[in-house]
Ligand binder design. Structure first.
Ligand code: NAP
Length: 286
């Protein structure tokens, strides 16, 4: 069996073109561009690289992006204050909080300070609750990217069994809700799942989001399954690889998303779309 490559580049390009047009309209109407505040409190090189790529992407879409660096030793209180100030600031349309956070500070400690209407990466408990309830709000962009990538490649979800490997608040859990909303039957796996290979082997669609190189192999898949690789891990030679052992999966899976070039570009494109949506909503209600 040929294994199709579920690339995200075409979808990301289409989303980006639409976002750029919407940002231009907003700028013409309001006299200023949509504005994203990126809150950083770490000195992690991977985070710095990601912040730069977000800034570049925002600039290319006509979105203004301000980085607020509170330093790697910022307290939870300082972070909450900054997030509250930005949440109340009419000139800030959208807020993103970068991870990792300072030692001893958790996302649960500080994310409730982000107003839900500006929480474009859906990290606060309120955003996650709205998603679970099926109410309007922003889903975490990575989770949404998985569903959009499947939709773009015409992969049906209704009635199909999807195994999600990973239960984090930013990927696995929100993804489970998005898949349920599309009428999939969802099994969420984690580090204490006793027989992960048995679960993935029973699934029509497997989403690997554990951050473990080689966790999903061809031997643990149903022939013809669709595999989405969310993982972004640094391999021994410094390249970025996913959670799926691509060599063993080829010829068994019907389709596999590449890393890089699969979920990643769609995630960034959706984040930018969320920024424009937040700005549109603010202008409508303001
Ligand atoms: N492409 C993108 O845009 C994008 C965006 C965000 C994240 N990512 C990548 O996606 C991956 C997951 O990110 P995350 O933030 O969700 O990570 P995370 O917070 O570390 O969560 C990892 C999840 O995987 C589970 N897990 C770990 N080892 C496992 C194993 N051997 N078997 C089954 N489950 C296992 C953990 O289980 P427990 O809950 O039991 O610990 C946890 O639920 C990472 O590689 C990350 O870099 C990619």
């Amino acid at each position: 069996m040929d294994t199709a490559s579920l690339t995200g580049k075409d979808l990301a390009a289409a989303l980006n073109a639409e976002t750029t047009a919407r940002a231009r309209t907003l700028t013409e109407q309001a006299g200023r561009a949509p504005r994203l505040a990126l809150i950083v409190a770490n000195d992690d090189p991977a985070s710095a690289w990601y912040v730069n790529s977000l800034k570049k992407s925002a600039t290319n879409r006509g979105i203004e992006c301000e980085t607020v660096d509170l330093g790697a030793d910022a307290s939870a209180e300082a972070l909450r204050t900054e997030l509250s100030v930005r949440s109340a600031d009419p000139d800030t349309d959208a807020i993103m909080l970068q991870t990792p956070l300072p030692a001893g500070v958790t996302l649960e400690d500080v994310s409730p300070a982000i107003a839900a209407n500006k929480d474009v990466d859906g990290v606060s408990p309120l955003s996650l609750g709205l998603l679970a309830a099926g109410s309007p709000g922003f889903a975490p962009a990575t989770a949404e990217a998985v569903v959009e990538l499947l939709k773009h490649h015409d992969i049906a979800l209704e009635g199909r069994h999807v195994a999600v490997v990973g239960r984090s608040n930013v990927v696995g859990k929100p993804l489970a809700h998005l898949l349920l909303a599309r009428h999939a039957t969802v099994t969420v796996c984690h580090s204490r799942t006793t027989d992960l290979p048995a679960v993935t082997a029973a699934a029509d669609v497997v989403v690997a989001a554990a951050g473990r190189i080689g966790l999903v192999t061809g031997a643990n898949l149903k022939p013809g399954a669709v595999v989405i690789d969310v993982g972004t891990n640094e391999s021994a030679d410094g390249t970025i690889v996913g959670d799926v052992d691509t060599e063993s999966v080829r010829g068994i899976a019907a389709a596999l998303s590449p890393v890089p070039g699969g979920v990643g570009p769609v995630t960034t494109a959706l984040l930018m779309r969320h920024v424009v949506m937040a700005a549109e909503q603010a202008r409508r209600s303001g």
